[in-house]
Design a protein around this ligand. Structure first.
Ligand code: SF4
Ligand code: SF4
Length: 147
């Protein structure tokens, strides 16, 4: 918890009610990154990696039930996910930066693909090829008969 810890009654903007985060799996291949390119090409949509390693698509759109004074208009029947939300991990009170990675534009995604994703995939492919070559060399030098 940060020193500037505040309670919800002192947070009229209710930041937590102005975005919709939906978990997606961690991107592991170029197809996944292709989907992320498509997501962020939409207005008010970003993709983030959160502090706990979860990846989410974030829709920057306020809840219709959020009142102008920051209160919830349906507090007694608010969705369970709202009731379960941990105030100490919220955008106002969480530890450190909210996101480890944040992609808001197609250009940001493409730059990350060029500089991080492709080199990592090339390294994996090279490691795989070296393992394959090693296994093939063992197979080829295997004795024809074991006496
Ligand atoms: S949970 Fe955090 S962001 Fe949401 S209203 Fe309370 S203090 Fe504000
Ligand atoms: S239902 Fe209420 S608590 Fe939940 S996001 Fe909307 S305004 Fe916030």
């Amino acid at each position: 918890m940060t020193e500037s810890f505040i309670t919800c009654d002192k947070c009229p903007e209710s930041t937590c009610c102005t975005k919709l985060n939906v978990n997606i799996g961690e991107p592991t291949n170029l197809d996944d990154w292709g989907e992320i390119r498509w997501m962020v090409a939409h207005k008010n949509v970003s993709v983030v990696e959160e502090q706990d390693g979860e990846w989410s698509v974030v829709f920057d759109t306020a809840c219709d039930e959020l009142l102008p004074n920051g209160d919830c208009g349906i507090y007694s029947i608010r969705p369970q996910i709202c009731a379960d939300y941990s105030m100490t991990e919220c955008p106002k009170n969480g530890l450190g930066p909210l996101y480890v990675k944040e992609f808001k534009t197609l250009e940001q995604v493409d730059e990350f693909i060029r500089e991080e994703v492709i080199p990592a995939l090339e390294e994996s492919a090279q490691n795989f090829q070296e393992q394959l070559d090693y296994q093939l060399s063992r197979v080829r030098s295997w004795p024809e008969k074991v006496s």
